[in-house]
Design a protein around this ligand. Sequence first.
Ligand SMILES: *Cc1c(COP(=O)(O)O)cnc(C)c1O
Ligand code: SF4
Length: 335
Amino acid sequence: MIPLIALQEDTPDWQKQLARAITDPNELFAHLRLDPNAWPETLAAGHSFKLKVTHSYLHRIEPGNPKDPLLLQVLPQGAELAPQPPEYDTDPVGDIDAMPHPGIVHKYRGRILLIATGSCAIHCRYCFRRHFPYASAHPARHHWQTTIDYLQAHPDIDEVILSGGDPLVLSDAKLGELIARLQSLPQLRRLRLHSRLPIVLPDRITPQLLALLSQTRLRCILVVHCNHANEIDDAVREALLRLHAAGVLLLNQSVLLKHINDQVDSLAALSLKLFDAQVQPYYLHLLDRVSGAAHFAVSPDRARTLQTALSGRLPGYLLPRFVYEVAGGTAKTPL
Ligand SMILES: *Cc1c(COP(=O)(O)O)cnc(C)c1O
Ligand code: SF4
């Protein structure tokens, strides 16, 4: 969350755009020339996890199209309020049990994931952390000291993953401070960021950020989150190319989502468009069973069919790994 007080004249443009993100469904409907009466449950569905979308992303949604694959990712719908199957709950992947300290998720060998912030530039309706207790799980509140202590007590960890929320919502000053502290630990070799900002707010990729990522001694990996080829417009592609030119390895993770990208044509187009922007497909996640998102689920059988069809269409290096997450597992599980 960007405090209003930060919005002075020298506030970076991306922070102003973030502060102007749309949170009022009626504003969204007006921009897209959609009839609000067609979605009577949007207000109620957005009550606990509200609508949020940047203008940049909004511009890539086709006006007047209620089935637009980008719109469906951000618009709160009545289906979120419907009774959920019993296996859907508020912490589907067991993150809370895997936190030795608030905000530090240590599930897999050699790497930890930090909840660097609870804030995002966009609210994806299927988000597996949509019920996450961010207010109490936030390592930054202790100036990262708990994280540094934890790393020093676990010298086998050589990679830190900044996640959230979205770590690129943090200012360059805050990120710089964190990176400086991390790179002072000789055990660390790699810094990974899991961020949707290059996709939903490409102006976030500022020269200052590029300098931070290219000047650290840590090898930087940025895993973006893009689900559909329409999410990549010229501004996004240029932002990704700048990151690539700065020496950042770019990977993508997607979520397989019903009526959004559950067709082989759609998945193939996404891989090809990512590759044009120097991004390699990494993971295609089956939906985590988070309560409120059951209507996005694609069955494992359908996912296997898509996997086979996609491998018949694309070179191997453009195939994402189809995976799902099992609470308590030692890695993502291949389909
Ligand atoms: C997914 C995940 C990772 C990263 O897994 P990779 O297979 O290395 O990409 C790390 N930690 C946690 C807690 C995760 O959920
Ligand atoms: S950007 Fe990521 S963390 Fe934020 S709402 Fe979307 S899926 Fe969830």
